[in-house]
Ligand binder design. Structure first.
Ligand code: NAD
Length: 476
């Protein structure tokens, strides 16, 4: 029987990692690169096991696991390896302050905790770990217990390949996470729901620990009637991901447009999963009974059930819900007020853009907002008016794959961001360092103060910083 993880285990773990961090184990370039290389070996050599674990947990098709989990993680590791020297190099801001010089040094925060979610169990765990290692931290990963096969595989692989002095995995659920949260960390990086995000932030506040919170919520999609529906169909990543709330903006004179959007979505879903999506091997299942029942409840709600225009089949034993489209459900229904995180797509018919903005603004700021249109003015207005973690026009979710873009939420959808260099920054402190020689100093900045000193200093401060420094350093 596995040993029960207790308070002493959590405390000893952090003490041990802190000792190793303080001894400098993780700070050097070589250690960081070695760990990154080992992560790459995991991706290259153990992909079949990863794909199999993701299938056990979520019924995830091989293509989705190989591309959206393993390949994306592999790219993140490669980028970090390639850029690491550059990221680590101090930013030498100014030599003009001779005989003082200054630079910004990126220093690791220390011992950090990464808590991840179940829907992309590999990527949401390893991507932040790449950032933590690249910045030279010791790290503990707590994967989601709702994806148990992936969690135990991550524990096994990280133990086998990475340096146990500084990289550890703790498996478990609320009890284990709560024990971990009692400890003093130098950063907590959390991916999950906004509800638990509040618990994480409260625990972090006790030690004044900084947090990154990658949270959820409802992400709106606005479909303008001036849209190439064919192109819209190509961008159905949103449907495949089963997340979000979708609004359509319909031209007032074109009431025909809603059925067109729905027909086009139906066609595309049938092309994806055939006539019997419940039997399709390309469709993941719902993660567990709780989530199945939660989504069933949304569908069965009064005034929602009869709004189903496509799909709606369910199989509780197999944890499958078929892709389901709903038209014009009430705004105060469960499906429109809670995060869905499943294959249900409510579509609202709205009369104009103002109404779209009103609905979006009446809700917490989303992780992402999407717009489908050919209209350039509308694109500009949307990107300017809508506050969201990220915006994609004429596609969904692809901003996640671009390491040059920070990925994260705003308001209730999250705090902080990551990916590429932003992951390195998320786990680093920008330390200002100023070196001064003993050459020269000016009595003007010291007491006893006088009107003369005040006049000169004011003039200098109002003029230019470099001259001010020169005077203060006794150089002019
Ligand atoms: N912003 C993003 O990048 C992103 C990505 C994926 C998922 N999400 C969000 O994550 C959520 C789905 O994932 P989930 O169901 O795993 O989220 P969750 O919040 O239930 O769980 C996430 C993690 O928190 C831990 N946890 C759960 N209850 C806890 C408690 N009481 N105290 C301490 N820790 C606790 C879990 O063990 C798990 O590791 C959705 O809201 C989704 O939008 C966000």
């Amino acid at each position: 029987m596995a040993k029960v993880f207790q308070m002493a285990d959590a405390s000893n773990l952090v003490t041990e990692l802190r000792r190793n961090f303080d001894a400098g184990v993780t700070r050097g370039y070589e250690w960081r690169v070695t760990q990154l290389k080992k992560l790459l070996v995991i991706c290259d050599k153990r992909e079949p096991e990863i794909v199999s674990a993701l299938h056990d947990d979520l019924g995830k098709p091989e293509l989705e696991s190989s591309v959206y989990e393993v390949a994306l993680v592999r790219n993140s590791i490669k980028l970090a390896r390639k850029q690491l020297k550059e990221w680590m190099a101090p930013d030498k801001t100014s030599l003009t302050m001779f005989p003082a010089s200054a630079k910004i040094v990126s220093e690791p925060l220390g011992v950090v905790l990464v808590i991840s979610a179940w829907n992309y169990p590999l990527m949401l765990s390893i991507d932040p770990v790449i950032g933590a290692i690249s910045s030279g931290n010791a790290v503990v990963l707590k994967p989601s217990e709702l994806a148990p096969a992936s969690s135990s595989l991550l524990a096994k692989l990280l133990e086998q390949y990475l340096d146990p002095c500084a990289v550890r995995v703790v498996e478990g659920a609320v009890t284990e996470t709560t024990l971990l949260l009692e400890q003093k960390w130098d950063k907590i990086f959390y991916t999950g729901s906004s509800r638990i995000g509040r618990i994480i932030m409260t625990a972090a506040a006790k030690h004044l620990t900084p947090v990154s919170l990658e949270l959820g919520g409802k992400s709106p999609v606005v479909i303008d009637s001036d849209t190439n529906l064919k192109a819209y169909n190509i961008g159905q990543m949103g449907l495949q991901q089963w997340a979000g709330v979708h609004f359509s903006r319909l031209h007032p004179d074109n009431k025909e447009y809603a059925p067109k959007v729905i027909d086009s979505l139906k066609q595309e879903l049938e092309a994806f999963y055939g006539n019997n999506p419940m039997e399709s091997r390309d469709m993941s299942r719902i993660v567990n009974l709780n989530h199945f029942d939660r989504q069933s409840k949304m569908l069965e709600e009064k005034e929602v059930f009869d709004k189903i225009v496509y799909g709606g089949q369910k199989n509780r034993d197999k944890l499958k819900i078929s892709p389901t489209l709903l038209l014009d459900v009430p705004l105060d229904s469960l499906i429109m007020s809670e995060e869905i995180f499943g294959p249900l797509l409510p579509i609202l018919t709205l009369n104009n853009l103002e109404e779209c903005f009103d609905v979006i603004h009446s809700r917490p700021k989303p992780l992402a907002a999407y717009l489908f249109t050919r209209n350039n003015k509308l694109k500009k207005r949307f990107t300017k008016t809508v506050s969201a973690g990220g915006i994609v026009v004429n596609d969904t979710a692809v901003h996640f794959t671009l390491p040059t873009l920070p990925f994260g939420g705003v308001g209730e959808s999250g705090i902080g961001s990551y990916h590429g260099k932003f992951s390195f920054d998320a786990f680093s402190h920008n330390k200002s360092v100023l070196f001064k020689s003993f050459l020269g100093d000016s009595a003007i900045r010291y007491p006893p103060y006088s009107r003369g000193k005040l006049r000169v200093l004011k003039a200098l401060v109002n003029s230019n910083l470099v001259d001010t420094f020169k005077v203060l350093l006794g150089l002019s």
